[in-house]
Design a protein. Structure first.
Length: 276
């Protein structure tokens, strides 16, 4: 059975009326559990309700892409929400949090400082509430690691990891697993595929990041999109095929990869084990 450790099933690309049927489709393909991370205060309640309705898990946090419109008191509200739902077994992490130094507007000095302040504050909340974290890592691995060494939250997942072998090992040393998804299905992604094939199996978890980061078979090139061909929408039902691609890269049995990556997810997000 597979575990999708990162999918935004509350995203507008998914029809709420079809959510249960679509989730059942993925479950029939062996996706036993999904983790739905929140991105901002306004969707915390929706994410929590959806996880309960679908029998999945969730995380609460403020995503770095949403920091520009977040208010400082959102951090107090997050603290309150984590306290209110501390006994909810489906609340498995603080997330999605982190730093994004890819989007140009977020790399301006004032916004870098604001991102960093929100990130560090959420690490402190994770420590306070005894929860791991789900990290957004985009051109920000070294800065994320610096804060993790100063404010270790007790591990978690480096989502959509695409850094160096040295950075990968640094996250592993901090008690993190590395999230791999649709990007590893693209043959030109040589460094990422090499990492996926060479890192210890114990360091890997699988994710779709649905509806984003579509695998190769759903990807529509920019020229075709410009001509009106819609981009394929990623979904948890794609996870077994992504997992099969990982198994092929590593020369391992698909069932063994499913079992190992799900075991890893339960190790770094311990509350998942209680839901098994």
């Amino acid at each position: 059975m597979w575990t999708d450790t990162h999918c935004h099933l509350d995203a507008p690309e998914f029809d709420p009326a079809c959510a249960a049927a679509q989730r059942d489709e993925a479950r029939a393909l062996g996706v036993a559990r999904c983790v739905i991370p929140a991105v901002e205060r306004s969707n915390w309640d929706a994410v929590r309700a959806l996880a309960h309705r679908l029998g999945d898990a969730y995380a609460l946090g403020i995503h770095p892409l949403y920091v520009p419109r977040a208010r400082d008191d959102d951090l107090d509200a997050l603290d309150a929400a984590l306290s209110e739902h501390r006994d909810d077994p489906r609340l498995v992490a603080v997330g999605e949090i982190g730093l994004d130094f890819f989007v140009s507007a977020l790399t301006e000095p004032a916004m870098r400082e604001r991102q960093t302040r929100f990130y560090r504050a959420q690490l402190r909340l994770a420590r306070k509430h005894g929860l791991p974290v789900i990290l957004h890592v985009r051109r920000s691995a070294d800065a994320l690691l610096k804060a993790l060494r100063e404010l270790p939250p007790g591990g978690g997942i480096a989502h959509a990891f695409n850094g160096s072998a040295q950075q990968a090992q640094a996250f592993i040393d901090q008690g993190f697993a590395l999230g791999f998804g649709g990007a590893l299905t693209f043959e030109p992604a040589r460094q990422l595929r090499r990492l996926a094939s060479e890192l210890p199996m114990s360091a890997l978890v699988l994710e779709t990041d649905a509806p984003d980061i579509p695998p190769q078979w759903l990807y529509v090139p920019a020229a075709d999109r410009a001509a009106g061909v819609p981009q394929g929408i990623n979904h948890p039902r794609e996870l077994p095929r992504i997992g099969a691609a990982l198994a092929a890269l590593r020369g391992q049995n698909v069932a063994d990869v499913a079992r190992a990556t799900s075991d890893n997810a339960r190790r770094v997000l311990p509350r998942l084990a209680a839901m098994a």
